[in-house]
Design a protein around this ligand. Structure first.
Ligand SMILES: NC(=O)c1ccc[n+]([C@@H]2O[C@H](COP(=O)([O-])OP(=O)(O)OC[C@H]3O[C@@H](n4cnc5c(N)ncnc54)[C@H](OP(=O)(O)O)[C@@H]3O)[C@@H](O)[C@H]2O)c1
Length: 242
């Protein structure tokens, strides 16, 4: 799929990675970019088509899909990280992370899949995380939501293969956005992350490991759980020392 002939829709395009996706899509020649946000007045990019969209609200998702029937590239980016643990945190916050990071993304795919099919198949980018595969204490609910979103991504890839829709999972460690503001370590820039994801789409890749951290975490998956956890602990100590 060529970015320069695409009609793209980005969720959470008012800031962070979503804003960078919308900007790089424009710069890489996308024919049209729908920049969506819960508060559309906060989208500040010239040249985009702004749409209101709350991915956790089914009526809002349906309205966006009706308004953007020409989409050929869906960038499922919007997400939250509430710093909740599964046992000690409020169950409502656990559900909220799942509702946004997994069910919100799934709702978008369910509503947009027919249009993608009609428009030649197209592609879906799901912005996941290295935390699809590990969960540090303090964010185990986020880990659950991203692991669930990863499984969902793998499932819809199978279901959409018949209509020729590429489903690209994008994993990353830390990016320089509000979400990771508390981490004073090396982070990928939003623009580099967007480029890595869009390069993956153009290459037809089902998976993009956008930084060293996500590559390292994935490479440890064959380890036994105790060894995996010990390796992640050592890696976290090293990360904090950089
Ligand atoms: N930054 C990182 O280090 C990092 C690492 C791994 C994965 N990720 C993933 O990357 C994606 C983007 O994160 P980010 O770093 O750009 O985070 P961010 O700076 O906190 O921005 C989050 C974006 O998602 C939007 N959003 C949240 N809930 C929404 C909803 N229900 N409907 C529509 N939009 C909603 C926010 O809109 P408002 O402005 O209205 O709140 C905002 O635009 C997320 O899926 C995140 O999990 C980020």
């Amino acid at each position: 799929m060529n970015i320069n002939d695409s009609v793209a829709l980005v969720t959470g395009a008012n800031r962070g990675l979503g804003r960078a996706f919308a900007q790089r899509l424009l710069e890489r020649g996308a024919r049209k970019v729908y920049a969506t946000a819960r508060r559309p007045e906060t989208v500040d990019l010239p040249g985009v088509e702004v749409l209101p969209l709350d991915i956790a609200d089914p009526a809002s998702v349906r309205a966006a899909a009706e308004a953007a029937q020409d989409v050929s590239l869906l960038v499922n980016n919007a997400g939250i990280s509430t710093g909740t643990d599964l046992l000690t945190g409020p169950l409502e916050a656990v559900r909220h992370e799942l509702e946004t990071n997994m069910f919100g993304h799934l709702a978008m795919i369910r509503e947009f899949a027919p249009a993608l099919g009609r428009n030649g198949g197209g592609a879906i980018v799901n912005v996941l995380s290295a935390m699809s595969w590990f969960g540090g204490k303090g964010a185990t609910a986020y880990h659950l939501s991203k692991a669930a979103a990863w499984a969902m991504t793998n499932g819809v890839r199978l279901e959409l293969a018949g209509q020729g829709t590429l489903v690209t999972a994008v994993h990353l460690g830390l990016a320089d956005t509000d979400m990771a503001a508390g981490w004073h370590v090396d982070k990928i820039t939003p623009s580099d992350l967007a480029d890595a994801a869009l390069d993956g789409v153009e290459a037809g890749s089902a998976e993009v490991l956008a930084d060293r951290w996500s590559q390292d975490v994935k490479s440890r998956l064959p380890l036994a759980p105790e060894e995996f956890n010990a390796a992640m602990e050592r890696a976290m100590v090293e990360l904090m020392a950089t």
